[in-house]
Design a protein around this ligand. Structure first.
Ligand code: EPU
Length: 433
C-alpha cells in the first residue's frame, strides 16, 4: 500500500478491484434510533430498545440522555433506559455541536418540563438546515420562544393540541412535533408531514406508549395523553446502510445477500439499481443483489420518501461515474450536498455540478487517491469509489463515516473487499493497521 502522508484522525485504506460476495447483516436504523431513544424522555418508566447500532451518533445520544439524568444499561445492541431520574431541561452544548439530531430533545423536554433550553444548531456542511418548522409547532402549542446567546429557550404555561400544515416536509421536524403532541392531551392534526420509515417507526413507539397516531396520506392525526408508558421496541433495519451495500455489490459485479434488509423501505433505490442492470431477488428476510456490471446511465432526483433518498445520492454519484453514458443527479433536499464530487474528481470521475444538478460522464476508470470525507454519506461514496478504483485509496477523516455506519470496513472485508482501518498513534507517532 502507498506511503501515508498526513497525520490526522483514522483513515480507511482500500485496495480496489475485488468483487464482493457473501452475506452481511444489516444493522438497526441510525435515523430511527435517535428519535426513539430520545422519546424515552416522555415517560418515567423503563424503556427498552433492541438492535441499536454501535455508532458515534448513538454514543452521543447516550451522553445526551445521561447528561439529563437518565440511567442507561447497554448490553450489546440492547439498550435499557431508565428515565425516572431525568431532572434537567437543558442540553449541554457539546452533543448539539457533534450531532444535529440533538434538536430532537426540544419536543420531549418541553412536554416533560414545560420548558427546554437547547443549544441552537448551526448550519452544517450539507446545508443551512433550518428548524423554523419545529419551532412553529412548539409556538402553536403554547410555547414562548427566545433565541439568545446561541440557545433556544422554550417555555409554556400549558401545552395545547395543534393544527398545522408544515411549509416544508421535514423529518426531524415531524418527529419533534409527534413527540410533543403525543404527550399533549387532546387531538392534533399535522399536514404535509414526513413519512420516512424512521418517522413511522417512532410513531409506532409513541402509540405503544399510549398515544394514538393515524396517518392518511401526508396528514397525521394525533390523540395525545399526558401519561405515557415505557416502551419495548425493536428498531427497523437501516435502509441507507442496506442501500450503500447494495450499490457496493452492483459496482463490483458482486453477489451479496443483505440479511434483514426491508425491501418495503427501499423501493426507489432498488428500482434505480434494477434500471442500471442489477439483479434483485427479494427473499425471506433478505435481499440479494447480484450483478454482471452496470448497463445504463441514470437520471435521479432526490425527494422526500417514498422518493429517492438524499442519503443515497452520493453513493449513486459514484455508481454513475462508471456507468456507460451520461447520468444526471439532482439534489432537491439539501443545497450543498455535492462535496463528494471534488474528491471523486480527484479519483478520475468526470462530473460537473451546475446549481443543484450533477452531470456525470460515465465509463471513467477511477484511480486510487488520498481523499477526504466531508460528511457521512459523502464518506460512503468515497469508500465505494475506493472499492472499484485502480490501486490504493486512502479515505481520511472517517469519523464522519463512524457517525452513521456500524463497522463498515468489517462488513465490506467480510464480503471480500481489501479494506483496513488505519490508526495514528499520537504517542508513538506510528500508523498501524
Ligand atoms: N427545513 C427547513 N426548516 C425546518 C426543517 C427543515 O427549512 O424547520 C429544510 C432543511 O433545511 C432541508 C429540508 O427542509 O432543506 C429537509 O430537512 P429535514 O428536516 O427533513 O432533515 P433533518 O430532519 O434535519 C433527516 C435525517 C437526515 C436526512 C434528512 C432528509 C435524521 C437524524 N437526519 O434530517 O439524515 O438526510 O432527514 O431525509 O433523521 C444522514 O443520515 O446522513 C442524514 C443527514
Amino acid at each position: 500500500m502507498n506511503a501515508i502522508s498526513s497525520l490526522d484522525s483514522e483513515s480507511l485504506l482500500i485496495e480496489g478491484g475485488t468483487r464482493l460476495e457473501g452475506a452481511v447483516r444489516i444493522s438497526g436504523s441510525k435515523n430511527a434510533s435517535l428519535p426513539i431513544l430520545i422519546a424515552s424522555l416522555l415517560t418515567s418508566e423503563r424503556c427498552t430498545l433492541k438492535e441499536v447500532p454501535d455508532l458515534l451518533d448513538t454514543k452521543t445520544m447516550r451522553e445526551l440522555l445521561e447528561s439529563l439524568g437518565a440511567t442507561l444499561n447497554i448490553a450489546g445492541k440492547l439498550w435499557e433506559i431508565d428515565p425516572s431520574g431525568v431532572n434537567s431541561f437543558q442540553t449541554p452544548e457539546e452533543p448539539v455541536r457533534k450531532m444535529r439530531a440533538s434538536v430532537l430533545a426540544m419536543g420531549p423536554l418541553l412536554a416533560r418540563f414545560k420548558k427546554a433550553l437547547v443549544a441552537m444548531p448551526g448550519g452544517c456542511s450539507i446545508g443551512v438546515r433550518g428548524i423554523d418548522q419545529h419551532l412553529k409547532v412548539f409556538q402553536l402549542s403554547g410555547a414562548n420562544i427566545n433565541i439568545s446567546h446561541g440557545y433556544i429557550s422554550l417555555e409554556a404555561k400549558i401545552l395545547k393540541p395543534v393544527e398545522y400544515t408544515f411549509e416544508v416536509i421535514t423529518v426531524t421536524g415531524t418527529e419533534n412535533a409527534l413527540m410533543l403532541l403525543s404527550a399533549c392531551e387532546g387531538q392534533s392534526v399535522l399536514k404535509n408531514v414526513a413519512l420516512e420509515p424512521e418517522v413511522i417507526d417512532l410513531a409506532k413507539v409513541l402509540c405503544s406508549m399510549g398515544a394514538e397516531i393515524y396517518f392518511e396520506g401526508r396528514t397525521a392525526l394525533i390523540k395525545g395523553s399526558e401519561y405515557l408508558r415505557g416502551f419495548d421496541h425493536t428498531l427497523i433495519p437501516d435502509r441507507i446502510e442496506a442501500g450503500t451495500l447494495a450499490v457496493a455489490s452492483h459496482l463490483t459485479g458482486g453477489d451479496v445477500l443483505l440479511l434483514g434488509a426491508n425491501p418495503e423501505h427501499m423501493h426507489a433505490v432498488l428500482e434505480k439499481l434494477a434500471e442500471c442492470g442489477a439483479k434483485i431477488s427479494i427473499l425471506k428476510d433478505a435481499i440479494r443483489i447480484s450483478s454482471e456490471g452496470i448497463t445504463k446511465p441514470l437520471e435521479i432526483a432526490t425527494e422526500e420518501y417514498p422518493g429517492f433518498p438524499t442519503d443515497m445520492q452520493a453513493q449513486f454519484t459514484t455508481l454513475c461515474s462508471i456507468a456507460p453514458g451520461d447520468s444526471k443527479i439532482t439534489e432537491n433536499i439539501f443545497e450543498n450536498r455535492f462535496q463528494h464530487v471534488a474528491e471523486l474528481q480527484r479519483m478520475g470521475a468526470d462530473i460537473q455540478v451546475r446549481s443543484r444538478t450533477a452531470y456525470i460522464k460515465g465509463k471513467r476508470a477511477l484511480t486510487g487517491a488520498e481523499v477526504y470525507s466531508t460528511d457521512l454519506r459523502a464518506s460512503a461514496s468515497l469508500v465505494l469509489a475506493g472499492l472499484i478504483a485502480k490501486g490504493t485509496t486512502i479515505v481520511r477523516d472517517i469519523y464522519h463515516l463512524d457517525r452513521g455506519y456500524e463497522a463498515l470496513e468489517v462488513k465490506l472485508s467480510s464480503l471480500g473487499a481489501r479494506i483496513a482501518r488505519l490508526r495514528y498513534s499520537n504517542q508513538s507517532g506510528a500508523f498501524s493497521l
